[in-house]
Ligand binder design. Structure first.
Ligand code: BEZ
Ligand code: FE
Length: 282
């Protein structure tokens, strides 16, 4: 085809994938081209606007490194991460819902015994977390591996604190025979996602705020069960209805109960939550 026009170029590009022998890749690339071209046509995008888009993606790549993942932020703030999670984790109603993974999980976080203080000196009021992990029939899941991570009272994850070498407010635990795990950390607060990069500029330009409601992350793995990536959100947080990454599910809200100073403990909060894992598919 030599006379490429505005009207036949989509067909021409898709025809070039004819020799692709990975049928799923061919389907994805053809659909991507179809929708991308439709977007360009619908918005009648100008060359200057397209150049700006390329500049934006270039900046997104340049700021990304092993500690900063701007593409995940972009996917999260455009709702693509949550759409992918929602589509790929349809679960029985009794199972705990999944939500976005986010960019702050770290492989190989320190391993703790149940009852340990995992805060590592992170600022914040003490929080005592008591959880269970069960299957759909209520059976306790012993030996499940639980990764947890969260922001501190300043609204930062340890990996965001310049010069901090040690892990804080994150760790790996294992459920006991009754499917329980428990630990001490700090009370999480609402925090803005990083705004010093292109995604932050996009939020400002489109009149959006960058805030996420207070939450604690959990990644729970157990043989025979679907891995659960989720958060527990603090009930009453002002950002529950406008989470900038669209991650809130009503079933994931819990009271972080305040307690006045009492024997041996200063002012603190407690969180109790029961996770239910769905059986592994297939
Ligand atoms: C988080 O919860 O850690 C997170 C999720 C999406 C974007 C930024 C942060
Ligand atoms: Fe988070």
């Amino acid at each position: 085809m030599r006379n490429i026009t505005e009207h036949n170029i989509t067909e021409a590009v898709i025809a070039r994938f004819a020799g692709c022998d990975d049928s799923r890749l061919k389907e994805i690339m053809s659909s991507l081209v179809t929708h991308l071209h439709a977007f360009v046509r619908e918005t009648r995008i100008t060359e200057a606007e397209w150049a700006k888009g390329i500049e934006f993606l270039t900046a997104t790549g340049h700021i990304t490194d092993d500690k900063r993942q701007e593409f995940i932020l972009l996917s999260d703030t455009l709702g693509v991460s949550m759409l992918t999670v929602a589509m790929n984790h349809t679960k029985p109603p009794a199972a705990t819902e999944a939500t976005v993974f986010g960019p702050f999980h770290v492989e190989g976080a320190p391993v703790f015994e149940n009852g340990a203080d995992i805060s590592g000196g992170a600022p914040g009021e003490p929080l005592f977390v008591n959880c269970t992990v069960r299957g759909l029939d209520g059976e306790p899941i012993a030996g499940a591996i639980v990764d947890t991570w969260q922001a501190d009272d300043d609204g930062f994850y340890d990996v965001q604190v310049a010069g901090l070498e040690q892990h804080r407010a994150r760790g790996t635990l294992r459920t006991d025979e009754a499917g329980r795990f428990w630990f001490q950390s700090v009370l999480p607060v609402a925090y803005p996602i990083p705004t010093d990069g292109p995604v932050g500029a996009m939020l400002v330009a489109t009149g959006r705020h960058p805030w996420r409601p207070a939450h604690v992350h959990f990644l729970i793995r157990a043989p025979g069960y679907e891995t659960l990536t989720t958060h527990v959100f603090r009930a009453g947080d002002p950002y529950l209805d406008s989470d900038t990454v669209f991650g809130v599910r009503a079933s994931l809200l819990a009271e972080f109960v305040p307690h006045a100073a009492e024997a041996g403990r200063g002012r603190h909060h407690t969180l109790d939550f029961g996770f239910v894992l769905a059986p592994q598919k297939g």
